[in-house]
Design a protein around this ligand. Structure first.
Ligand SMILES: *[C@@H]1O[C@H](CO)[C@@H](O)[C@H](O)[C@H]1NC(C)=O
Ligand SMILES: *[C@@H]1O[C@H](CO)[C@@H](O)[C@H](O)[C@H]1NC(C)=O
Ligand SMILES: *[C@@H]1O[C@H](CO)[C@@H](O)[C@H](O)[C@H]1NC(C)=O
Length: 207
């Protein structure tokens, strides 16, 4: 309950503080979010984005499947990092999206690795504070090109997989993207109405 209140007030603050916003997309709600350009939009409704390199705080989990408890536990590890669990005991602004990468195990009975990430705010990208929790680490995300499909709602793990499958079907050419890993991006706090939520699935383009 306490944790939910903290999250609600955090997102409420982020909302009320969103002014100006520069060129960031509206679905970032004024929070810092990774910079990209749209290389191509496809009539089927997905797009190809070129992302700049960026630094993220991250935590891993290896498991057969990803549960709500896993999601919450990983979120809070990163939330504690931005709340002061870092070498500078600094409060760090929330960013968007919450980005989850999934590495498939090699077979259906194999475990997968799930990595949850928050982007380091722009003002700290060159002055990243070290995490104090040993299971939390800083990750350098390289520049990358990703195919993106956007969708609303509160997706379950299965919903997200269905959206990923739709994106793969729309691209209709497995040679165009990496197929051992993919990303889910969620841009909204828990209180945002389902129809107003912005979620994305990403497949990383091969050159
Ligand atoms: C954190 O966010 C607030 C509200 O948007 C902003 O005024 C402040 O400058 C940000 N802090 C840093 C260090 O970027
Ligand atoms: C997190 O998982 C990725 C993908 O399996 C792996 O390459 C990386 O070494 C892991 N990092 C940590 C700190 O466990
Ligand atoms: C992180 O913060 C939480 C909540 O303040 C605290 O309980 C926990 O001990 C901290 N962990 C580390 C490794 O600093």
């Amino acid at each position: 309950m306490y944790q939910q209140l903290v999250i609600l007030s955090l997102f409420a603050f982020a909302y009320s503080a969103s002014v100006g916003g520069g060129s960031a997309p509206a679905f970032c709600h004024g929070l810092d979010c990774p910079e990209y350009t749209v290389a191509r939009t496809f009539s089927k409704g997905y797009e190809l984005r070129n992302y700049k390199p960026s630094k993220w705080v991250a935590t891993n989990l290896t498991a057969m499947e990803f549960t709500d408890d896993n999601r919450r536990e990983m979120f809070y590890k990163l939330f504690y990092y931005i709340s002061g669990n870092n070498s500078a005991h600094m409060k760090i602004n929330m960013t968007a999206p919450v980005l989850r990468e999934v590495f498939h195990g090699p077979g259906p009975t194999c475990e997968s690795t799930f990595i949850t990430h928050f982007m380091i705010p722009f003002g700290l990208q060159n002055d990243v504070k070290a995490p104090t929790d040993p299971s939390v680490y800083i990750r350098d995300m390289p520049a990358m090109s990703v195919y993106v499909r956007s969708f609303p709602g509160h997706p379950s793990a299965q919903d997200s997989m269905n959206e990923l499958q739709k994106l793969a079907d729309q691209i209709n050419d497995p040679s165009q993207y990496e197929d051992m890993f993919y990303f889910f991006a969620g841009y909204d706090g828990p209180y945002v109405l389902s129809s107003k939520r912005h979620n994305e699935v990403w497949l990383v383009a091969k050159n």
